[in-house]
Design a binder for this molecule. Structure first.
Ligand code: URA
Ligand code: SF4
Length: 213
């Protein structure tokens, strides 16, 4: 028998409200080609957020982020430093799959950005890991991942840690080892922020005032 959902915090309700809007969104043309939208998932009190580019074929079927081949790679990378998917919030710059996995246009990224901004405002992650060039460029304006990967950068009030995209490492052993060593650097950055990778949770409960403008 399923239990009624009790004690959902105002913050998790706000997060669910964003997800509900995403699922019926028609703000950009990607709404026409998607199967289902992929809002993102993870705990509302996650200290770490991972942001990819856009859902791929498998994500478009299941409505969940990073569940295909790139997702398997991402899971192994997280496990390298004692993290699990359940510890982090995972989402994408655009929430609907572009046809043939093309890079989302700026119009599509801009149309979709209020959802990601809302997720960031509610979750208030201590650190945001961008996965690949599109997420890096969209969130920071930086265009050269090869120059900035594996180190923390500040953008407005966000701390960003750029990583290569786990899909890029699928067929490129060199990139795979760069990603693996960047994960160790991420682990160091988490320690410096006093966020042990195995317990990336807030101790107190978040309050509504924490995110109200
Ligand atoms: N690649 C992405 O950027 N995001 C996903 O969710 C899956 C693959
Ligand atoms: Fe809406 Fe974003 Fe999907 Fe475009 S990609 S339809 S803006 S949810």
């Amino acid at each position: 028998m399923s239990e009624p959902k009790v004690g959902a915090s105002p913050l998790s309700l706000e997060l669910e409200e964003i997800a509900s809007k995403v699922r019926v969104c028609t703000l950009c043309p990607l709404s026409k080609s998607r199967t289902v939208a992929v809002p993102g998932e993870g705990p509302v009190d996650a200290k770490l957020m991972f942001v990819g580019e856009a859902p791929g074929a498998e994500e478009d079927k299941q409505g969940r982020p990073f569940v295909g081949a790139a997702g398997k790679n991402l899971n192994s990378l997280l496990n390298l430093i004692g993290l699990n998917r359940e510890d982090i919030f995972i989402t994408n710059i655009v929430k609907c799959r572009p046809p043939e996995n093309r890079v989302p246009t700026w119009d599509e990224r801009n149309a979709c950005s209020p959802y990601l901004k809302g997720q960031i405002r509610i979750i208030k992650p201590a650190l945001i890991c961008t996965l690949g060039n599109t997420a890096l460029e969209t969130l920071t304006g930086a265009t050269s991942i090869s120059r900035v990967h594996g180190q923390t950068m500040k953008k407005e009030d966000m701390l960003i840690f750029p990583l290569y995209h786990p899909a890029a490492a699928l067929h490129n052993p060199k990139l795979k080892s760069v990603l693996e060593s960047d994960m160790q650097k991420l682990n160091e950055a988490l320690k410096q922020l006093q966020l042990p990778s195995s317990t990336p949770k807030r101790s107190g409960s978040p309050k509504l005032d924490d995110f109200m403008p």
